[in-house]
Design a protein around this ligand. Sequence first.
Ligand SMILES: C[S@@+](CC[C@H](N)C(=O)[O-])C[C@H]1O[C@@H](n2cnc3c(N)ncnc32)[C@H](O)[C@@H]1O
Length: 209
Amino acid sequence: METTTDPNHSWVFGRPANSPFAHPRGLIGTLAGRIMRRTNRQHEVADLLDVRPGHHVLEIGYGPGVLVGLLAERVGDGRVCGVDPSPEMRELAVRGNRAAVRAGTVDLRLGSADATGFPDAAFDRVVTVNTVVFWPDLEAGMRELHRVTKPGGRVLIAWHGGSNPSRATRAHALPEHVLARIEEAMAGVFTGVVRRELSTLTAFTATRP
Ligand SMILES: C[S@@+](CC[C@H](N)C(=O)[O-])C[C@H]1O[C@@H](n2cnc3c(N)ncnc32)[C@H](O)[C@@H]1O
C-alpha cells in the first residue's frame, strides 16, 4: 500500500481528504465541529470500551470532545487523554470539558494516530471514532495504537455504519473490502479482533497481547 508524508492523505481515498469533517480548520472547521457535537452520540462506544474507575484512556481524533466527556464520567481517579491534529477541535473539546480539564482528569493535546506523543504502554483503553479513514497510513496508525496500549489493554476502532444508520450515516459507510483491511491490520498487531454493529457505527475491538 502506498505511503505518504502528507498528513491529509487518506489511505482509503488514495488522495488528501479535504472535507472540514476530516480536517477541521478555520471557521468552517469549527462549524463542522459544532455539527459533530450535536449529531455524534457515542454512549454505545463508551459502554463497549468497558472503561473502569482508575483507567487511563486515550481517544485519538476527539473532534469536539463528546466522547471525552462520557469517558471522563467513568474513569473516576483515572485519566482521559486525547490527541487530534486540529487546533480548532482542541479548542472546542477543551471548552466542552472545561471542568474536567481544570481538575486534571482530561488532558487534550495536538497529535495524530501515528504520532500521539505519549509513552509506551501508557493506556488501559485506546479508542478512535470516525477517524481511521483519514489516517495517512493504516499500518503506522495501528503500530502507534499498539505501542501506547498496555499489555492486556483494549482498543476500539469505529466508523460510520452499524445496524440502524441514518441515510447520512449510510452514505459514509465503508465497503466490505475496506472493513476487511482494517480488521486485517488490527489483527496484525492485536489479538481477539471482534467486529460489532452498533446502531450507527461499525466497531472493531481487540486486545494488546
Ligand atoms: C469526523 S471527525 C470525528 C470526531 C470525533 N471522533 C467524533 O466522532 O465526533 C474526524 C476527526 O479526526 C481528526 N483527524 C484527522 N486526521 C487524523 C489523524 N491522522 N489522526 C487522528 N485524528 C485525525 C480530525 O481532526 C477530526 O477531529
